[in-house]
Design a protein around this ligand. Structure first.
Ligand code: CMP
Length: 140
């Protein structure tokens, strides 16, 4: 992983060198094309994702109608809610264009969270904000 990428990624920026190396050594590159569903609301999640290139759209079902929640781009992550809560996916994430990702098993993320309070804080804060944001948008 390049220093450059660590600057783009809030999560990787919060890790020290050893933690960054550990997490990236467990990551597998993944590629999706426009329209591909990367993870689906309600399904069990086994992976956590960091966006290396391209953008994805996040949506969730609102009484039968998909509600757009966010667009995520380079350096941002998704799939942390399954890692934090062991609940099914809270949203569907779809590639908007050609997308390159780091796919990291949730077990590896949990290990890093145990060792790195800073990384745990980044994921917890973001997870909380996203859950609040989803609730707000569903009520609009
Ligand atoms: P998870 O529930 O594991 O899988 C779907 C992911 O979509 C979720 O983790 C978050 O990473 C992401 N997500 C859910 N809600 C939002 C939101 N309101 N804004 C941005 N991302 C979200």
């Amino acid at each position: 992983m390049s220093e450059d990428f660590a600057r783009f990624s809030e999560l990787f920026g919060a890790l020290d060198d050893a933690e960054r190396k550990q997490l990236s050594s467990l990551a597998k590159p993944a590629r999706f094309e426009a329209g591909d569903v990367i993870c689906r609301e309600g399904e069990q999640g086994d992976d956590f994702f960091v966006l290396v290139k391209g953008s994805v759209s996040v949506s969730a079902d609102n009484f039968g109608t998909p509600r757009e929640l966010a667009t995520l781009t380079r350096g941002q992550f998704f799939g942390e809610l399954a890692a934090l809560s062991e609940q099914p996916r809270q949203a569907t994430v779809t590639a908007v264009e050609s997308v390159e990702l780091m796919r990291i098993p949730l077990s590896a993320v949990k290990e890093v969270l145990k060792r790195s309070p800073r990384a745990a804080e980044v994921l917890q804060k973001s997870g909380l904000q996203r859950v609040e944001d989803t609730l707000k948008k569903m009520m609009e």
